[in-house]
Write a protein that binds this ligand. Sequence first.
Ligand code: FVH
Length: 293
Amino acid sequence: TRNPAGPGGVTLLGLGAMGSALAAALLDTGRTVTVWNRTPGRAEELVARGARAAGSVREAVAASPVVVACLLRYPSVQETLGPVAGELRGRTLVNLTTTTPNESRALAAWAAGHGIDHLDGAVMAVPAMIGSREGQIFYSGSRAAYDALLPVLGVWATSEFHGEDAGRASLVDLAMLSGMYQMFTGFLHGAAMVASLGVSASDFAARQVPFLSAMTHGLADYAKVVDGGDYTVPGQQSLDFSDLSHIVRASEEQGVDPTPIAAVQELIARQIAAGHGSEGFPRIYESMRAAGS
Ligand code: FVH
């Protein structure tokens, strides 16, 4: 068994791909690692390497001053932690389950109401990156908990504290993932368009990767215009010029569902209809910034 007198133990609730990786990374730190999973049978390997398997959530929570929840979505966190709120009192809860900003804030309020020190985290890494310097985990919520736990957090990935608003880490994470998935979707839409020519997705990727990589240099320019708030600054591609109806038509002509590009065109058309056609393309930000404007 681990040295009980060593640094504070850590409990991991949730032994999925990510939870298992988080627990495994702690096994060599000399801390007592207690693990629990809803479906039994996921702890064997970790126990063989020195972890302690708890028979219930309550037992798992009672075992350590720090309890990490790495479950699925917010409902699974509520379902798992709700019944053991009393047991969690006086302990630190680190939530690494993906939750929306408001769900993180609701969890923070719930924790505060039960005397639980809550730190919310957003894991910007895949399980294989845990334990290396490759991954990043954003945190927000209790600064005291973050500072006290830095040695533990540092074992998993590089850590960033985003502030006392418990929803911030999740919001930055989800905003970054939104851009990533829209880029993925745009690539796959393009691949669907050229497939009708017999061009393979791999051949298309070989073409798109350098092109999209080069185009990312434009993001900082768009950001400057958005932060400046003046979309009439000369030298920009205008919204009129950016009208993408032809790409929507090209997609439809090929029998390819235009959904992703039609969504972009809808934002452009809204700004043009509002009389901003001569202003820069980044002005679509205004249509998104205040939903529906
Ligand atoms: N895997 C990844 O690359 C991503 C990287 C970014 C962050 N995510 C988030 O991490 C959370 C866990 O993800 P995961 O990959 O470990 O997911 P699974 O392998 O599917 O394991 C899910 C665990 O959650 C347990 N669980 C689900 N529902 C409940 C519930 N109602 N009550 C208690 N536990 C629940 C599940 O238990 P079981 O199905 O084995 O009984 C797994 O332990 C997640 O938020 C990602 O978004 C990972």
